[in-house]
Design a binder for this molecule. Structure first.
Ligand SMILES: *[C@@H]1O[C@H](CO)[C@@H](O)[C@H](O)[C@H]1NC(C)=O
Ligand SMILES: *[C@@H]1O[C@H](CO)[C@@H](O)[C@H](O)[C@H]1NC(C)=O
Ligand SMILES: *[C@@H]1O[C@H](CO)[C@@H](O)[C@H](O)[C@H]1NC(C)=O
Ligand SMILES: *[C@@H]1O[C@H](CO)[C@@H](O)[C@H](O)[C@H]1NC(C)=O
Ligand SMILES: *[C@@H]1O[C@H](CO)[C@@H](O)[C@H](O)[C@H]1NC(C)=O
Ligand SMILES: *[C@@H]1O[C@H](CO)[C@@H](O)[C@H](O)[C@H]1NC(C)=O
Ligand SMILES: *[C@@H]1O[C@H](CO)[C@@H](O)[C@H](O)[C@H]1NC(C)=O
Ligand SMILES: *[C@@H]1O[C@H](CO)[C@@H](O)[C@H](O)[C@H]1NC(C)=O
Ligand SMILES: *[C@@H]1O[C@H](CO)[C@@H](O)[C@H](O)[C@H]1NC(C)=O
Ligand SMILES: *[C@@H]1O[C@H](CO)[C@@H](O)[C@H](O)[C@H]1NC(C)=O
Length: 458
């Protein structure tokens, strides 16, 4: 029953796994039989991999179902009863052992998160921007004068399953002694700041989270790395708009060429991030005519400048270069690679420039996939899914985010923007939509065989 097991979180003595172990003896019996079965199986099948994979999956589920007390729903639009029941149990007091074991048999792991709908949920947001020091001014919409915080209270509800509720302590325990890095453009930074807030919400002494070189979050030179001292882990961001190397035009090039993107050369930050344990890439917003050759930035392959090459083709070659680099240069036993899908922009209303109308009051209904960003996703998907040695997980957040024209800063991107004629309809307010991207990431981590790592780290 909800509220039956009062959650008494003793942070000092926190044990990530045993904390969630079911209390009922019948479950222990089940567990015993489970272990017995595994041992039996291990004699018959691959002795090295099977038991650990199963056990890890089991602990994943324990982690996934640890909830937060006292958070219930106000209303759920059109979500089927089965999903709702599960969700209510999951987000209220800690779920019972029977429930956890029963949920082993559900097919949540095969659920497609990319389609679904946004539901209003009073238990959101996961943190407050005024208590999170890691948010750029440009994403602090409420502080910048946005009157309503309704946009913070939506949760993505995939059809047929529910995304496990984000548990910052569980995630931090699993990051202990490890590095997580975002690599990409400012939308990657947007997501990185969101994750810093989601994780730091449970850390009471915020001065124990700091940039390792003392750099402020608003002004940075290429990369920033925040250390969570209690967990000895870092959450990093590497700015790399196009992921490949950009350099000055070679002397033999046309006067039209100011710089080139070397499509066969990876960005020089790669040597800094390649040993991270979790890598999350994103790209796309800088792969447009306006931001490339219309500014004099052309594409280069070996010594040849390809004046006529289309941006889309160049993007594909660049992604292929990174993917091949990752496959050859990272230790795939340690590093898990993710590619986050394209983050949609909502400049399409036509009147945004003067009116800032990308501030919709609520999520919209999207029915078509015609926007060009689905093409970016397809390219990333096609170029990254063929590696056996280095599996790369694609996080398809595009359709979900496409509903959220209400989630952009619009004319609330600076505190003095009231008369500004420019609106930011590409980044996102925090808390907000990027939190959901990180929920996708968290769920995908729970679902990988390398996770939870805390077990291995002991
Ligand atoms: C929550 O789970 C319990 C079993 O632990 C179950 O008996 C109960 O019906 C569930 N709650 C709802 C609202 O279905
Ligand atoms: C979980 O992993 C399986 C196998 O890798 C994959 O097919 C499935 O889509 C994943 N599910 C989620 C929700 O990420
Ligand atoms: C912190 O983590 C690093 C790996 O990132 C490890 O080398 C180091 O020994 C750890 N320090 C402590 C005090 O655990
Ligand atoms: C917070 O952490 C800092 C750095 O470790 C320490 O100097 C300070 O005393 C701590 N503050 C509290 C209230 O514990
Ligand atoms: C030319 O390229 C350099 C980098 O190589 C860049 O700093 C500069 O802003 C570019 N100039 C124009 C006009 O785009
Ligand atoms: C990863 O681990 C497996 C099994 O332990 C080993 O055979 C393989 O060589 C390792 N791969 C790398 C790239 O270290
Ligand atoms: C979206 O669709 C649902 C169900 O069809 C409807 O109830 C809701 O009003 C629609 N929302 C908007 C903004 O059109
Ligand atoms: C991403 O999700 C959307 C919506 O489900 C789907 O139409 C699209 O094909 C997906 N893209 C990829 C590359 O998986
Ligand atoms: C932002 O734009 C909205 C819609 O055009 C407008 O109503 C509001 O007054 C603007 N806010 C500020 C601070 O200028
Ligand atoms: C905005 O414009 C009005 C009138 O044009 C002016 O009085 C006001 O000071 C301006 N506000 C800011 C913040 O620039």
């Amino acid at each position: 029953m909800v509220g039956q097991e009062e959650q008494s979180r003793n942070k000092g003595a926190y044990l990530p796994f045993f904390d969630a172990v079911p209390r009922s003896w019948s479950v222990y019996t089940l567990l015993f039989f489970g272990v017995f079965l595994i041992l039996l199986c291990s004699l018959l099948f691959d002795v090295r991999t099977l038991p650990s994979t199963f056990l890890l999956h089991a602990t994943n589920q324990l982690g996934a179902f640890r909830g937060h007390a006292g958070k219930n729903f106000v209303h759920l639009n059109g979500v089927d009863e089965r999903t709702m029941r599960k969700e209510v149990n999951k987000t209220s007091a800690r779920t019972s052992g029977e429930e956890i074991m029963k949920d082993f048999t559900t097919d949540d792991a095969n659920c497609d998160y990319s389609t679904g709908q946004w539901v209003y949920d009073e238990s959101y947001p996961l943190y407050k921007s005024d208590t999170c020091p890691f948010v750029d001014e440009g994403f602090r919409c409420i502080e910048n004068g946005r009157p309503s915080d309704k946009y913070q209270k939506y949760r993505w509800q995939p059809f047929g399953c529910t995304i496990p509720r984000f548990d910052p302590i569980y995630m931090l325990e699993n990051l202990r002694g490890r590095r997580l890095a975002f690599v990409g453009d400012s939308l990657g930074r947007n997501e990185w700041e969101s994750l810093l807030c989601m994780l730091s919400d449970t850390v009471t002494n915020k001065s124990r989270i700091y940039e390792i070189h003392g750099e402020p979050i608003t002004k940075h030179k290429g990369f920033l790395s925040f250390k969570f001292e209690e967990y000895n882990c870092t959450v990093e961001y590497y700015r790399s708009t196009n992921l490949v190397e950009q350099s000055r035009a070679p002397s033999y090039s046309s006067v039209r060429v100011n710089s080139t993107f070397k499509l066969d050369r990876i960005d020089h930050f790669a040597r800094k991030w390649r040993d991270a344990d979790i890598l999350i890439f994103n790209s796309g917003h800088w792969w447009t005519d306006e931001k490339t050759f219309k500014k004099g930035n052309y594409f280069q392959l070996k010594d040849e400048i390809r004046m006529e090459m289309k941006v889309e083709d160049a993007f594909r070659i660049a992604i292929r270069t990174i993917a091949m680099y990752l496959d050859e240069n990272i230790d795939s036993n340690r590093t898990q690679v993710f590619w986050r899908g394209y983050a949609p922009v909502h400049f399409k209303d036509g009147t945004w420039e003067t009116e800032g109308t990308c501030v919709d009051s609520e999520p919209s209904n999207i029915t078509s996939y015609q926007e060009p960003w689905y093409k970016y996703n397809e390219i990333i998907w096609e170029e990254t899914q063929k590696y056996k040695k280095t599996p790369m997980i694609f996080l398809n957040i595009t359709f979900a985010s496409d509903h959220r024209a209400d989630g952009h800063p619009s004319n609330y991107s600076t505190s003095s923007s009231s008369n500004s004629s420019t609106s930011d309809c590409s980044h996102w307010c925090l808390p907000g939509v990027p939190d959901t991207w990180n929920e996708f990431l968290y769920a995908a981590l729970l679902n990988t065989s390398q996770w939870p790592w805390a077990e291995k780290h002991k």
